[in-house]
Design a protein. Structure first.
Length: 445
């Protein structure tokens, strides 16, 4: 049951169109997944998921909910991210290019961050921030699962970041926390948590976040603001207020034929250009309710330069591990957090004083004259001298994902794969492979 106040407002705004809008709430949910372009060499078959393209996202597909791709080993290997189709729009509108510096300011659980990472193709720097510590851990886990090596995951307040990264980013995404009206069909909590005051409370918070984001964008940079709500107060209202307060920003008119125009007539004193923002209506496309505005900052200047994080000396144990296994490393520099080694982009700025959950690619840990490789490194690797590739329907694959040992004549660290996708580590002693798949990820037998 939709909240009465929401129904009355939408009836007033949509008029005759409300009947079609209301009917959309009775349709089945539209389930989507987005392929991960960082995962190459896949030799399996996705036909059982009955995929059909999402028009506004080249890597996005709608799938048959009964096929349950989240239970597949391909999901564990990071081949795709389960994401509602409308939620794929903001990252497409931001359109980052390889080598750029990109900020996802409200990043959890990671759908849009992983989409941005795919567009960067492993080059440049992606900073993913989430203010909620619990959600930030989920974000870090998804960054790991999709094999992303050039991301810095932070758990900070936007206000702190605005002073640290002033004028630093080429592109910024603000997928702002909102009243969630666009998720009413999908999440019961969004309905029960909604009150008449929710929209105004959210709008105030959104304006603060947007102000912080604007300070971190270089002149000439692009900022995308998005929500999953229908509320004009949180959508056109927030953008209009921001534009009046920030005359160095304007709405960028980007082509998006699948979306409906914003509604400047739904707010008082609309700023110029609101008709070039976007509304995604569930009765007009296969997806939930969303809003997005593409903003351009005036001028054209290089991003600000910050002091760089110094590189650490490579431990001898890591060097020996690479020599013995042939394991590849991404381009970048080494950082050490105690005995744990990370490989980060060369241009990573100083991170002292920031709450860092993940810095680049976790390689592993030095332990008593040996090196223990991290699960994240396995997921990034495309291959290894010692590799075992299993088919998705092989019984051995289920045994591996459950944490069991496997018979094998291999010795040393071995990369386990499914249909060409890296999945995790095992270590052979000549008779069997000891399982190093993380205990927290193991499946019941």
């Amino acid at each position: 049951m939709l909240p009465e106040g929401f129904i009355l407002r939408m009836q007033s705004l949509l008029g005759e169109e409300y009947a079609a809008f209301s009917a959309s709430f009775d349709r089945p949910l539209c389930t989507g997944l987005r392929l991960n372009p960082l995962k190459t060499g896949f030799t399996g078959d996705l036909s059982r998921f009955s995929l059909s393209p999402v028009p506004w996202c080249p890597t996005g597909y709608v799938y048959d909910a009964a096929s349950r791709p989240g239970l597949s080993s391909y999901h564990a290997a990071g081949l795709y991210y389960l994401q509602e189709p409308s939620a794929m729009a903001p990252a497409e509108l931001l359109d980052p290019q390889p080598g750029e510096r990109v900020l996802d300011l409200c990043a959890a659980p990671g759908g849009k961050s992983t989409q941005l990472a795919g567009k960067l193709q492993g080059r440049g720097l992606l900073v993913c921030n989430e203010i909620n510590a619990k959600r930030a851990k989920i974000l870090a886990g998804n960054i790991e699962r999709l094999g992303i090596a050039n991301a810095l995951v932070l758990n900070e307040h936007p206000k702190k970041l605005e002073t640290r990264f002033e004028g630093y980013f080429d592109k910024i995404l603000v997928d702002a926390p909102c009243s969630g009206e666009g998720m009413f069909r999908k999440e019961e909590a969004a309905v029960t948590d909604w009150t008449e005051d929710t929209n105004a409370i959210c709008a105030n918070r959104q304006s603060e976040i947007l102000t912080s984001a604007a300070k971190m964008l270089r002149p000439g940079g692009r900022l995308v603001y998005s929500t999953c709500t229908f509320s004009p107060v949180e959508n056109e209202g927030v953008i209009s207020d921001f534009l009046w307060r920030n005359p160095d920003f304007s709405v960028e008119n980007r082509p998006a034929p699948d979306f409906s125009p914003g509604r400047p007539d739904w707010v008082e004193h609309p700023a110029p250009g609101l008709e070039h923002t976007f509304r995604l209506w569930p009765h007009k496309l296969r997806g939930e309710g969303h809003y997005a505005a593409v903003l351009k900052k005036a001028g054209d200047a290089p991003a600000a330069e910050l002091p760089l994080e110094p590189a650490a000396k490579t431990p001898a144990e890591l060097t020996q591990f690479c020599r013995q296994t042939g394991a590849a490393l991404p381009e970048g520099k080494l950082l050490l957090f105690g005995q744990v080694a990370y490989l980060v982009p060369q241009e990573l700025p100083e991170i002292k004083g920031l709450r860092v959950l993940r810095a680049g690619l976790e390689l592993g840990q030095t332990m008593k004259n040996r090196f223990e490789p991290a699960h994240a490194w396995a997921l990034w690797l495309k291959g290894l001298e010692n590799s075992v590739s299993l088919a998705a329907d092989a019984p051995e694959l289920g045994q591996y994902l459950s944490g069991n040992v496997l018979p094998s004549g291999l010795r040393g660290w071995t990369l386990m794969r499914v249909d060409g996708l890296s999945l995790g580590w095992a270590k052979g002693d000549g008779t069997q492979l000891k399982n190093h798949y993380p205990k927290a990820l193991r499946r019941p037998v």
